[in-house]
Design a binder for this molecule. Structure first.
Ligand SMILES: NC(=O)c1ccc[n+]([C@@H]2O[C@H](COP(=O)([O-])OP(=O)(O)OC[C@H]3O[C@@H](n4cnc5c(N)ncnc54)[C@H](OP(=O)(O)O)[C@@H]3O)[C@@H](O)[C@H]2O)c1
Length: 347
């Protein structure tokens, strides 16, 4: 397992990050703990969660449960020092989290106390803003994205007060560093500029969706990652499971995500199946497991710090973590490139 530094910090994280958003719905507390133990035994030291989790589905009754499951693992294992722990403050829109208010210094101060208590720790290593108040083009908003109504001065003032608040949390020892999620290139650049001008904490990572099917980080964001050392933490590297091939030919395995979340947040439409067929053909041609090929592709992108995987069983987890041993060669990458040119924006 390779390790890379988070941004310009000295914090070393494994190139595979263990996602947790199924713990508390699809997975029990014991299963969550078993996943952490397995991952740590196989070189993973990085865990991603959020105050909002679990998802699939999200609900008032379960919100916060995933952090509690990680917290009980920390308490019983005594291994807090063995993990780099990432969590997130939610953006606007979920009424069961502080009445759905957007991110503000007040919201952050309330949220961080809740997360620390549930996680049974004094400090979160990487604290991320889950999605921007002003919205973003992720989550299939790309087709109708219109930033022209955003208020520039208000947005910049919001970034300033958010960074100031996060800086205080760093000083207080409650967080070590900060990251963004579902952010844009302009937004990230503003966070970096305002931080530099005011001696506020510097963003170390950007957690956005990225996979063979969603290549939003390949252009301007790739350049930003390179020059600013803000690495991508790609989430949904299997596109919610689609890239495993498990749903081809109408298959719907019992309990799988597509049976719980029809449409997978807008990823599934009639046109998606031939795209998946094309990537599955590449995997077959090179005798590769399709999930491992998809995750290894993310791991090998030059702007990626750590790919955030998710699994609902130890078998899936073992398979997905083993992608870290796979190096995709030039021929595989050429075949992937050919499919990408045929289907540049599958959803
Ligand atoms: N910042 C954000 O807005 C955001 C959004 C989404 C996710 N995330 C983070 O990223 C993590 C991963 O996201 P994700 O779960 O969407 O990732 P993903 O890798 O695209 O999908 C994972 C799902 O695919 C299925 N799967 C995984 N490995 C498999 C295998 N080898 N064979 C067959 N099926 C397999 C499992 O679902 P089933 O068994 O149910 O089919 C699993 O839960 C989350 O836990 C969370 O930490 C962040």
């Amino acid at each position: 397992m390779k390790h890379r530094k988070l941004g310009r910090t000295d914090i070393e994280v494994s190139e595979i990050c263990l996602g947790s958003m199924t713990w508390g719905t699809q997975n029990s507390e014991a299963e969550g703990h078993a996943q952490i133990d397995y991952a740590l035994d196989h070189g993973v030291n990085f865990i991603d969660t959020a105050e909002l989790y679990p998802s699939n589905p999200m609900s008032a009754g379960t919100v916060g449960r995933t952090e509690e499951i990680i917290g009980s693992w920390i308490k019983t294992s005594g291994r807090r020092g063995d993990i780099v722990l990432a969590s997130k403050v939610a953006g606007e829109g979920h009424e069961y989290l502080q009445d759905g208010i957007g991110i503000s210094p007040h919201k952050i101060r309330v949220s961080i106390e809740g997360s620390l208590a549930r996680l049974q720790t004094d400090c979160i290593d990487l604290y991320q803003l889950h999605w921007p108040n002003r919205g973003s083009y992720h989550f299939r908003q790309n087709w109708r994205y219109d930033p022209s109504k955003q208020d520039t001065q208000q947005t910049l003032a919001h970034i300033h007060e958010t960074l100031e608040c996060l800086g205080q949390l760093v000083t207080d020892g409650k967080i070590r560093c900060i990251g963004l999620s579902n952010e844009t290139c302009w937004g990230t650049a503003q966070f970096l500029r305002i931080a530099a001008e005011n001696d506020f904490p510097r963003v170390v990572s950007l957690q956005n969706e990225y996979s063979l099917l969603y290549r939003s980080h390949d252009l301007d964001l790739a350049e930003l990652s390179h020059h600013e050392q803000v690495g991508l933490l790609p989430y949904s590297p299997l596109s919610g499971g689609l890239l495993t091939g498990k749903y081809q030919d109408g298959a719907r395995p019992d309990g799988s995500r597509l049976t719980i979340n029809p449409g997978l947040f807008g990823r599934v439409h009639d046109g998606i199946w031939p795209v998946l067929d094309a990537y599955l053909t590449v995997a077959r041609k090179h005798d590769l497991d399709p999930a491992q090929m998809a995750i290894a592709f993310c791991n090998q992108r030059p702007f990626v710090t750590s790919s955030i995987i998710g699994a609902t069983s130890l078998e899936q987890l073992a398979n997905d973590i083993a992608s870290s041993e796979l190096e995709l060669g030039a021929e595989v990458l050429e075949d992937i490139d050919a499919v990408h040119r045929r289907y540049p924006v599958p959803f």
